[in-house]
Design a protein around this ligand. Structure first.
Ligand SMILES: CC(C)(COP(=O)(O)OP(=O)(O)OC[C@H]1O[C@@H](n2cnc3c(N)ncnc32)[C@H](O)[C@@H]1OP(=O)(O)O)[C@@H](O)C(=O)NCCC(=O)NCCS
Length: 317
């Protein structure tokens, strides 16, 4: 067997995003449950979020974001040979979302599978995409994070319904002569699976304070390890794009990163917590605003139910 790598590296060619049209403000939620704009903004950092209607699904939103990334990449549907959808909110588990997204986009006969690593899922998917390309199992990969958390919320539970939201983000990853995606650092802590789970099998439940403590005390080591494995110093980062769980968590991790020059993604303010969609959604929106110049280095990080976590460095296309 010839086990030489098939491609020296893999890199992102383009991002895409999709958000449902329906904007739900904190004042809207305050009419349903006992909460306030002041409480939500000060504890979570969210001003408004998007909530999908019946016309939007994990598959339709994923296809919309994926279609935009594909168009921006300059590749044709026929060029894509692997589709990965990170999601933990698919209501119909069979068949998977990836094959249905591929069919909607006219991508014929790709490898197609879903990744459920909760809010860490997109970074897991990106790691698998990069490794598949370098090993020769794929040439061009569409990686999507798509979530419809509104299907899994108890809209009477103020501790969750003010946090979570819907949306999708995507990246096209292709073979390249030089690596543009650093090694993924991933892990989990299944002994704490009870910190975020589906209550009665249908409503998202979390121990907010335990999750907060975990994220703000244990995840900086994951970020540091992703930088080390990519051979990148924190001072070289143009941006830090962590999972948009809670603005206070984002800012606490960012403070300890040692990268005062880096732009910190604060997409949660208008997008809410969209689980595995939050990192690619933020990347796409920051790119659209011109905040991520070509060639700049970005540290991404995901974390959530499982507990799972993941991080890697990306070079912006
Ligand atoms: C969920 C979270 C915002 C709660 O904030 P907190 O400061 O820990 O608040 P607590 O849970 O201690 O609750 C404090 C009080 O606010 C109340 N409260 C909870 N949600 C509320 C809301 N939406 N509006 C008003 N009050 C609320 C609680 O009932 C509690 O009231 P009490 O003191 O009378 O019992 C916070 O713990 C958090 O963000 N954790 C991380 C969760 C996360 O990021 N999860 C995603 C991981 S992917």
């Amino acid at each position: 067997m010839n086990l030489l790598p098939a491609a020296a590296g893999a890199r992102v060619l383009a991002f895409g995003e999709y958000q449902p049209a329906n904007v739900v403000t904190n004042d809207d939620l305050a009419q349903r449950v006992e909460t306030s704009d002041e409480w939500i903004q000060s504890r979570v950092g969210i001003k408004e979020r998007r909530v999908a209607g019946p016309e939007d699904s994990v598959v339709s939103m994923g296809a919309a974001a994926g279609g935009k990334a594909l168009a921006a990449s300059g590749l044709a549907p026929a060029d894509i040979d692997l589709v990965i959808v990170a999601t933990c909110t698919l209501t119909e588990q069979i068949p998977n979302a990836a094959a249905r997204v591929a069919a909607r986009l006219g991508i014929e006969a790709p490898g197609a599978f879903d990744v459920n690593a909760a809010c860490a899922g997109f970074c897991y998917g990106l790691g698998v995409a990069s490794d598949s390309i370098r090993s020769g199992s794929a040439r061009n990969v569409l990686v999507i994070g798509s979530e419809k958390l509104s299907d899994w919320l108890d809209w009477e539970d103020r501790s969750t319904c003010v946090i979570f939201a819907d949306g999708a983000g995507a990246a096209v990853v292709a073979a390249s002569d030089t690596p543009g995606i650093g090694p993924v650092v991933w892990g989990s802590s299944g002994d704490r699976a009870d910190k975020i789970y589906l209550r009665e099998g249908k409503y998202l439940y979390q121990e907010g304070q335990a999750v907060f403590r975990w994220a703000t005390t244990e995840l900086n080591g994951v970020a540091a390890e992703a930088l080390r494995r990519a051979g990148v110093e924190a001072e070289q980062l143009t941006a830090f794009v962590p999972h948009q769980a809670n603005l206070r968590i984002v800012e606490a991790i960012a403070r300890k990163l040692g990268a005062p020059q880096a732009i910190i993604a604060r997409d949660i303010v208008t997008a809410g917590n969209t689980s595995s969609a939050s990192v690619p959604l933020a990347l796409a929106r920051m790119s659209e605003r011109g905040e991520l110049p070509s060639g700049s280095l970005v540290l991404t990080m995901g974390f959530g139910a499982g507990l799972t976590y993941s991080a890697q460095v990306l070079e912006i296309p």
